[in-house]
Design a binder for this molecule. Structure first.
Ligand code: ADP
Ligand code: MG
Length: 367
């Protein structure tokens, strides 16, 4: 990001971002103050949304202003920029799903501090689209879409299946490996794939996996998620055409990855010890590497064979094809408006700003 210092009263205003058009669409959603935060005399909101800008005011009066593709306000539903679940879905998820139908791989990240609203921002909330898009059977050219899903979590740099057919107790869970297909890229070996026939069916699997996801207490939040979850939808569109007496079949495959990243809070802030510390380090390793990959991609524009450190963490390795190349990516960054989380919020906003700077090469394989 490029800070521009403008001396205005009352404090200094730092501006980041701007109107550059970028490949990664980034939205920031500000959650409301919780009732506990509202009732505390020391806690107040330090975040404001003005158009596509988020403004954050520090105690010393410095204003940090970040520009994104979308800003969503949810502090107060009377605010003119108040954004419903549907508005967030329409701005970030819907365009990606449309790209998936065109044959692109797509990836949607949720990034932010634990308790800032990553899970609340249920990005598949209106994905009934996935099935309703199928044209009627008798229509020509005949087209049929097949939706298959898998759901994994990455915990301590290990991959676990959240939907393995046998069901699992967390102690007996077996870690899976990433393998790399010469053409299709990295995939999880042995992960269970489930064919779904309706949107409700898809939601059922998603809920089942969420239940399975590892949750434990840390200093920040009672129920903080300390793993990254990757929900993968494989969309296969099959088309059958009879051209001049010849029976032609073709198919188009695209992958949609929804990634609920672990909480972005720092290890120290979480008062971590022992196992928790190890988790913290591993969570940070994936988040850190994701940051490095995002930065490297942002800086690689124009270079022919830039080094991108995908293999430094499981998450980035697995998402290699979704982060670079023939893909469309979006990120929803969620933040708390509360003054006590100012540092964390600032760090989330910077990370999200960096993601916006990625420019993909568009010359590669087209679907
Ligand atoms: P995370 O997944 O980032 O840890 P959650 O999505 O679980 O955080 O949100 C934490 C709490 O804040 C939940 O009780 C949730 O209902 C509430 N919350 C988060 N975002 C919003 C929002 N935009 N509007 C209303 N409540 C929200
Ligand atoms: Mg969550």
């Amino acid at each position: 990001y490029h800070p521009v210092k403008l001396p205005t009263s009352p404090g200094i205003v730092n501006c980041y971002g701007g109107a550059e058009s970028t490949s990664v669409s980034v939205g920031v959603r500000v959650r409301p103050l919780s009732s506990r935060e509202q009732s505390s005399a020391e806690m107040r909101s330090v975040v404001d949304v003005v158009g596509n800008n988020i403004k954050l005011t520090t105690d010393s009066g410095t204003v940090h202003c970040f520009t994104y593709d979308h800003c969503f306000w949810s502090l107060d539903d009377k605010h003119p920029l108040y954004a419903s679940q549907e508005a967030v879905y329409n701005a970030l998820a819907q365009p990606l799903l449309e790209k998936a139908y065109e044959g692109y791989n797509t990836c949607l990240f949720a990034y932010g501090q634990t308790g800032s609203g990553k899970s609340y921002t249920d990005l598949l909330s209106r994905a009934d689209y996935l099935h309703s898009q199928n044209p009627p059977e008798d229509q020509l050219p005949q087209c049929r879409a097949e939706v298959e899903l898998s759901y994994i979590e990455i915990y301590n740099e290990r991959i676990y299946d959240l939907l393995s057919s046998g069901g699992s107790g967390s102690d007996r869970r077996e870690a899976l490996r990433v393998r790399e297909h010469p053409k299709d890229g990295p995939y999880v070996e042995g992960v269970a794939h489930h064919l779904v026939s309706s949107y409700d069916h898809l939601q059922t699997w998603l809920m089942l996996g969420n239940k399975e996801r590892s949750i434990a207490a840390t200093g920040v939040n009672d129920k903080s998620s300390r793993s990254h979850a990757v929900f993968t939808i494989k969309l296969t569109q099959m088309q059958v055409e009879d051209v001049e007496g010849e029976h032609l079949e073709s198919s188009k495959v695209s992958i949609i990855n929804l990634v609920d990243l672990a909480g972005s809070e720092r290890v120290a802030a979480a008062q971590s010890q022992g196992d928790r510390l190890k988790e913290g380090v591993c969570i940070n390793k994936s988040l850190l590497t994701l940051g490095k990959v995002i930065t490297a991609l942002a800086e690689s524009e124009g270079r022919r064979r830039p080094f991108i450190p995908y293999r430094e963490s499981v998450l980035t390795y697995l998402l290699k094809e979704s982060l670079g190349g023939n893909s469309r990516t979006a990120m929803i960054a969620t933040v708390s408006p509360c003054n006590v989380y100012l540092e964390e919020t600032l760090s989330t906003l910077r990370y999200a700003q960096q993601a916006r700077m990625i420019i993909f090469e568009r010359g590669g394989r087209t679907p």
